[in-house]
Write a protein that binds this ligand. Structure first.
Ligand code: IVH
Length: 711
């Protein structure tokens, strides 16, 4: 305990908590452990409990407080909250158009230098106005109609990134004139409240758990913007406090004028930097750029970075940097002439479901696929979106004729996010999975504890046959380069190829007689089939398409047993000795090789000349990285992802897709995103390409298998 008076101690604690809160929430660079922060916080709470008159509205203990409201109170903005014009051209040339207009309106000629702009991100959240009087947050209001908004102070106070009290600048440490630093009597900060993607995922996960527990009135949120809007407009501040929100500042509203001791700024960038000093988060991407080329470059750079950002943006915003020019340019109706929003193609769009088709995969899995009215989303035209399985299709309750939200972000496959139930025109039938295969008519069954329906037709089903052939020919299996899906379709439909060995019995005449097959292409196909005969045991086993036997398992089997016969004849117990092989995989292997027709296919393939070098079993022997899990992320300067993976696997490492506590090492290249962040967060070792090559060189001579994988 301290000997100073409770009032002085409370003041000290508040100052320390403000300081460390800012380091933690805004700068993301805490200097004390969380436990120490908690200790200070509890000490202040205890002090305030004993001396309630010491509680101040800006006390860090007062972020969550207050009673649930019946309704929000309307408030008039001291200065209207403007909106911003949107450049209609979503191409980079939209930036050019803005610069041209600005130069014209400022009467600049070709001989005048480039105009400086501040280029910012356009955050996809809700506009907010934060009013500080004498440095203390007194009101937070939504934009509303621009003139009148709603007082949401109680909820906004719960956002750790928003200072309850402005940070006082340290004397003599200013980048700018000290007057820009002093805390003004009145300061309105304008910015965006948003929810970070990870926080959104976490929130939805908690919501799903609540729904699963049968809690009434709970729902999941469609996207981070929606979740943020719901949290801000939550009448009960204790619920708002459970919805993790963030904030970025991008401008000012009312400020004490310079003549009355207020700050002086000459440029927009200066005022943003002052906001940062006062304790607000200002996005690190915010840049001063020159002229149209600077704007175009920023637009492109952020377009590429977009998917890797920890929050959603829907575009970028350009603002003339000089404030005297901003004043000269003025406004048209409610929009400033000195700023423009330049959007990116939306990642979510509305479209309608024209049909729900059921497709049959290689292992007989039936997948419902929504056939959509073509829609341009995330930069491409989308006409299909998978509904995964019956449970998913039912959960989303997608029906023919529905209007749906389709999302495509980055190169992730398009998905139906939700249905606009209110737009359902008529009571279309609820989707049900057929009980027969839509291709071959065999029974379709869903086994207990399985999400998927499967066609039981096996290789009798032409859809499964086609997929099985394509899988065998895949780049990672025996690799038949020129055998594409159209050709396989033709070959199977024409009855020329029914089984895998039939591929190796194909003659020129049969191929050349197919539609649209020129002599040259027929020869190319035959050459690539011939080439595929020389393969590796791992590729061959993977190519057989045995359920649950992926590429990694196939490699492990090949390494462990050395020969195909040893794999085919292994007992369940022997199979279970293999790293990575559990009871389900072992059973699947046994089932496959117990079927005479599968063994027959293998024998015929060997008879047709498919061969590999058989090796020594290495059962029990371990490689330098056996038991270690690596994750690859970003683009490496010279190695392809496949090459890096193969190098690691040669040393016995397992290569996984996501970072967890079990990951031993992450290999990161350019534009590594969240996986690298996670690795750093968890304190996992990170290597670059040079590090990986060094590791490989170090171990390459010690590998215990006699056949190095060619790189
Ligand atoms: S400036 C006077 N800058 O986009 C200009 N707005 O209509 C006022 N927004 O809902 C807006 N990021 O909340 C500005 N960096 C940014 C922004 C931004 C997002 C939102 C804003 C408003 C809309 C503009």
């Amino acid at each position: 305990m301290t000997s100073s008076s409770p009032a002085i101690r409370a003041e000290q604690l508040r100052a320390q908590l403000h300081h460390h809160g800012h380091l933690y929430y805004v700068l993301d660079a805490p200097t004390i452990p969380d436990a120490e922060y908690d200790r200070l916080f509890k000490e202040l709470q205890a002090l305030e409990a004993e001396n309630p008159d010491l509680i101040t509205p800006d006390s860090p203990t007062q972020r969550v407080g207050g009673q649930p409201l019946d309704a929000f109170v309307s408030v008039r903005h001291a200065m209207p909250m403007l909106s911003i014009r949107t450049e209609t051209d979503t191409q980079a040339s939209g930036a050019q158009a803005f610069d041209t207009r600005i130069r014209k309106e400022l009467s600049l000629t070709e001989s005048d230098p480039w105009v400086d702009y501040v280029a910012e991100l356009k955050f996809d959240g809700l506009a907010m106005s934060l009013r500080y009087e004498h440095g203390v947050l007194v009101q937070a209001a939504t934009r509303g109609d621009g003139e009148m908004g709603e007082d949401v102070t109680q909820n906004i106070r719960t956002i750790g990134q928003i200072p309850l009290k402005l940070v006082k600048p340290p004397a003599g440490d200013s980048l700018f004139d000290a007057s820009a630093w002093a805390v003004p009597e009145v300061l309105e900060v304008r910015g965006e409240v948003y929810m970070a993607r990870a926080d959104f995922e976490g929130l939805n996960e908690r919501q799903r758990a609540r729904i699963a527990q049968g809690m009434k009135g709970e729902k999941t949120f469609v996207n981070p913007r929606n979740a943020a809007a719901g949290a801000v407009r939550q009448l009960d501040p204790s619920i708002a406090a459970e919805r993790p929100l963030s904030f970025f500042a991008y401008g000012l509203g009312e400020v004490t004028p310079e003549a009355q001791g207020g700050p002086r700024f000459d440029t927009h960038y200066e005022l943003l930097m002052a906001l940062r000093q006062w304790g607000f988060p200002v996005a690190v991407q915010t840049s001063v750029v020159q002229g149209a080329p600077g704007l175009v470059a920023f637009h492109q750079r952020m377009g590429q970075a977009r998917d890797a950002l920890p929050f959603d943006i829907d575009g970028v915003v350009y603002k003339v940097n000089r404030l005297d020019w901003q004043r000269q340019l003025g406004f048209v109706t409610r929009e400033p002439r000195w700023a423009v929003a330049h959007k990116y193609p939306a990642q979510e769009q509305l479209t309608t479901v024209q049909a729900i088709e059921v497709q049959v995969g290689r292992t007989g899995k039936l997948t419902p696929v929504a056939k959509l009215a073509p829609v341009f989303v995330g930069g491409v035209t989308v006409t299909n979106a998978t509904l995964h399985n019956e449970t998913e299709a039912r959960r989303k309750d997608v029906r023919v004729g529905d209007t749906v939200v389709v999302r495509r972000a980055g190169d992730v496959i398009p998905e139906v996010v939700s249905v606009l139930a209110e737009k359902r025109l008529y009571e279309a039938q609820i989707f049900t999975m057929p009980n027969t295969c839509p291709v071959c008519g065999s029974a379709a069954v869903r086994e207990q504890d399985e999400a998927d329906h499967r066609c039981t037709g096996g290789l009798f089903c032409s859809a499964q046959r086609k997929q099985a052939i394509l899988h065998f020919a895949h780049r990672r299996a025996v690799e038949i380069e020129d055998l594409g899906d159209k050709l396989v379709e033709q070959l199977v439909d024409a009855g020329v190829v029914n089984t895998l060995p039939d591929l190796y019995r194909l003659g020129f005449t049969a191929l050349a007689s197919l539609d649209r097959m020129a002599e040259k292409s027929a020869n190319n196909v035959l050459a690539s089939i011939e080439k595929s005969k020389q393969t590796t045991l791992a590729r061959f086993v993977f190519g057989l398409g045995i359920r649950h036997v992926g590429e990694a398992t196939a490699k492990e089997l090949a390494r462990h047993f050395g020969t195909l016969d040893a794999i085919m004849d292994a007992t369940l117990d022997q199979l279970l000795q293999v790293a990575d092989v559990g009871p389900i995989v072992a059973q699947s292997l046994r089932t496959f090789f117990d079927q005479a027709h599968n063994r027959e296919v293998v024998e015929q393939l060997r008879a047709c000349g498919v061969h590999w070098q058989e090796g020594q079993p290495t059962a029990g022997a371990s490689l330098p990285l056996t038991g270690q899990t690596f994750v690859l992320t970003g683009t490496l300067p010279t190695l392809s992802r496949d090459q890096a993976k193969e190098m690691l696997e040669t040393l016995g490492a397992k290569v996984a897709g996501s970072v967890s506590k079990k990951t031993h090492c992450v290999v990161a290249g350019a534009e590594a995103g969240s996986k690298l962040d996670k690795a750093n967060e968890l304190g996992i070792k990170v290597l670059d390409e040079a590090g990986l090559l060094a590791l490989f060189a170090q171990h390459a001579n010690q590998r215990s298998d006699s056949k190095p994988t060619p790189l």
